[in-house]
Write a protein that binds this ligand. Sequence first.
Ligand code: SF4
Ligand code: SF4
Ligand code: FES
Length: 331
Amino acid sequence: MQVLFKIIRQTKNSGARIQIYTLDVEPGNTILDCLNRIKWEQDGSLAFRKNCRNTICGSCAMRINGNSALACKENVGSTLRVTPPSDSGVPEITVAPMGNMPVIKDLVVDMESFWDNLEAVEPYVSTNARQVPEREFLQTPSEREQLDQTGNCILCGACYSECNAREVNPDFVGPHALAKAYRMVADSRDRQTEERLEKYNQGTEGVWGCTRCYYCNTVCPMGVAPMDQIGKIKQEILDRKDAQASRSIRHRKVLIDLVKEGGWIDERRFGLQVVGNSFRDIKGLISLGPLGLRMLARGKFPFTFEPSEGASTVRALIESVQSLESEQPHI
Ligand code: SF4
Ligand code: SF4
Ligand code: FES
């Protein structure tokens, strides 16, 4: 079958342009096979990263029809199955460089910030732990099992490329780093859990910077589910801290309390308790003024609050989830 490959090409100092290559391909050909053929048969100047050709090294991540993925894992058939046919009737596949990282050339991006952010979470078991045993630090099979999912990360960058939080917040370390962070928190040999949790709890650099858009879970080719790992770190923090510790923690705890009480959020109390810290934070209270005035002006200020009809059902649901969570082993 004939397929048009629309490749977004650019160099460091030039704007992006689309170059189209036509190939005769089989549905089972991987996108990487196709790129190799374009490079070897049509245009040796096309630049992209590759190595293992087998979903191991993480080198070949790029955007294939809009989603970051491994070119050696995706094939023509599966890519076209989810792509609407083009106007010309000839199937098209668009290949672009990953997002959230500057382009060096064509499909090759500069991953410096990706590696720096990984380094920022100290992705090594603490040296304190290594001093404990004489020869080695043994783990039980169930302790080792805790690391299986996060240990699958091949550091391809697909999650980082699609991360909405990373796009708007240059301080956020990114899903790959926080998945690795959870791997360290869950590691029975590590002796810095408290320090690590303190660090990931800071501002919006760590777990509270995640907007829970779910993209990292969707695109990860290895099933690492970074957003789920971020959720586990949040839970560890929430279990250790009370609502006074930070606005992010208050936000989560007050939200749950209010929904449990009324079935949905009483916005007046939410603002006062989270931002105003129940009248303890005067600056926070003052910062609510302009929003309150805008809501008043547009007739949207909620003077009263009616609990939802299903409040008792919502409460029962939350309580059963909380009781399940309390049965989970803690780190
Ligand atoms: S978490 Fe998944 S998508 Fe992100 S770097 Fe690791 S393997 Fe790639
Ligand atoms: S869920 Fe969070 S970490 Fe994952 S891509 Fe969205 S904002 Fe980024
Ligand atoms: S070439 Fe190694 S993961 Fe694709």
